[in-house]
Ligand binder design. Structure first.
Ligand code: ATP
Ligand code: MG
Length: 476
């Protein structure tokens, strides 16, 4: 049921102020776009309020900013004719009603003043083109020239005007259509889908930043596979993330088949979304197998292998982030590390787990350990219930074992009990390779469980190693 009552909403202070300012300036004003859509859907309390003024949106914004107590300084985007006013956690975005005409090379249109109707015409989807009057003669009335209400009820993404023109004018709308379909679990109208297929190549004029913004929004939904399947089926994924397309398909040699790693990946992403809101962990799930395409080989004796795909995949993460102008900071390194280590807990879960194997995993994974196991659990996509249970239980055992080892040995964020400085002081050494050798020997012995993670044992080992290397002792 759609929440069609706007009257109660409009009694709120922010809307009263808006109406008063618009009346004083004698401009018509309307709520539009995402705000109207989300109110109708009852999607939480919308904090982004889109307002259109028939006249100057900037002047209206200025007046509203003055009227709202303690509103933040206004932000004006002159070239777009828009302005933004923040008031508490609410942000009001103002635009003057406008008409747009596009050229082939750019998604930035030529803009001229227009009527409310012109403004509704230029909007991307019928569900985003509804307006609610803030004017005294018909306050709260929904103005819905394209039957957006019905599309909202039926869950359809449809363009107000001819879809071919809409998508070609601004190809970002192709991604927006798919993103809304994913967020709202809506269907894209078939003529729209056809137009997206026809104009997919036009995505080339969209900046990587805008593309990534939409991908993040798709990745933040409960079921990103909806979006990725649409991107794939309509010719966009091959242009945005060709690495994923390379995972598609099943090859068969001598009767041996490998799984389709594209569909497998999408399942892993959906699975992990049930367990985490962490966007970058979700990205790691999306990219965890990308190294499988370039490393795939068939060996007559052992079948299909993907040797070293984790290493190759982690290198590909860097290239992909760079190409899409995603951050090359600790977020990227986090994703790389997860991809690089993505098979490690699986190996442990399949064998009889030794303490030293677990200690090594804890040591190498460090901060990402929990996320790594979450990724591995999401990676179980077998449809065989007995196997599913077995794999899942194996990871429960791994988690248990990790807990035991952690409590005892504290190797996560490992700080050597004997430091380089101590070694230098004891043997009166200047920086040299012997120090590294001793440190490594101590670390290895702790990870292998030969000595406990304690000062006395580590110091004794230091003395032993030092004497083996012929170093002179100077300490007490
Ligand atoms: P959300 O805020 O959840 O991303 P939204 O629909 O509010 O969704 P915004 O980007 O905030 O999206 O834009 C506000 C409104 O502006 C939209 O509802 C739509 O009417 C219009 N709009 C935004 N981008 C475009 C576009 N590329 N082409 C046409 N209209 C657009
Ligand atoms: Mg919005």
């Amino acid at each position: 049921m759609l929440n069609q009552n706007f009257h109660t909403l409009l009694k709120q202070d922010v809307f009263k102020s808006l109406t008063q300012c618009a009346e004083a300036l004698k401009v018509e004003s309307y709520l539009v776009g995402g705000f109207v859509r989300d109110h109708l859907l009852g999607r939480g309390k919308a904090k982004d309020i889109d307002v259109v003024a028939v006249g100057s949106g900037i002047d209206l914004a200025k007046a509203v900013q003055k009227k709202l107590p303690h509103a933040q300084k206004i932000q004006i985007f002159k070239s777009y004719g828009t302005a933004m006013v923040r008031w508490g956690d609410i942000s009001l975005e103002f635009v003057g009603a406008r008409k747009e005409s596009y050229s082939k090379e750019s998604r930035n249109p030529k803009v001229t003043e227009g009527t409310l109707e012109d403004d509704q015409n230029r909007r991307d989807f019928t569900i985003n083109a509804m307006a609610v009057s803030l004017n005294s003669q018909n306050t709260g009335t929904l103005i819905d020239p394209f039957n957006g209400l019905e599309d909202l009820e039926q869950g359809i993404i449809r363009t107000p005007l001819e879809p071919g023109i809409t998508y070609s004018d601004d190809p970002l709308r192709m991604l927006r259509a798919i993103r809304f379909a994913t967020q709202l679990n809506f269907k894209i109208d078939p003529p729209s889908l056809q137009a997206i297929r026809d104009h997919a190549h036009r995505i080339a004029i969209i900046s990587n930043e805008r593309i990534v913004e939409e991908l993040h929004k798709i990745m933040s939904t409960p079921k990103p596979s909806i979006g990725f399947l649409l991107l794939e089926q309509n010719g966009l994924l091959e242009r945005i993330l060709p690495e994923l397309i390379q995972l598609k398909g099943i090859e068969e040699v001598e009767g041996q088949r490998h799984k389709d790693n594209f569909y497998h990946t999408l399942e892993v992403v959906d699975n992990i979304c049930e367990h985490t809101e962490n966007l970058w962990l979700r990205w790691a799930a999306l990219l965890h197998d990308i190294g499988k395409a370039p490393t795939k080989k068939f060996h007559p004796k052992i079948g299909w292998t993907f040797h070293g795909h984790e290493f190759v995949g982690s290198k590909m993460v860097y290239k992909l982030f760079k190409r899409l102008k995603m951050p090359l900071n600790e977020k990227m390194k986090y994703v790389q590390k997860l991809v690089f280590m993505s098979s490690r807990p699986i190996v442990i879960s399949e064998e009889i787990v030794t303490d030293s194997a677990v200690r090594r995993l804890v040591f190498d994974a460090g901060e990402i350990l929990e996320d790594l196991i979450t990724l591995c659990e999401a990676d179980i996509t077998t449809k065989n219930p007995t196997r599913y249970k077995r794999y899942n239980n194996n990871f429960k055992l791994v988690r248990q074992k990790i807990k035991e080892v952690e409590e005892r040995d504290r190797v996560r964020n490992f700080q050597p009990p004997v430091t380089g400085e101590m070694i230098m002081e004891h043997f009166r050494l200047k920086p040299c390779k012997e120090i590294g050798i001793i440190k490594e020997a101590i670390k290895e012995a702790i990870l292998e469980g030969e000595i406990p993670n304690e000062y006395d044992a580590a110091f004794a080992l230091m003395l032993k190693k030092g004497s083996e290397m012929g170093l002179e002792t100077h300490g007490k």
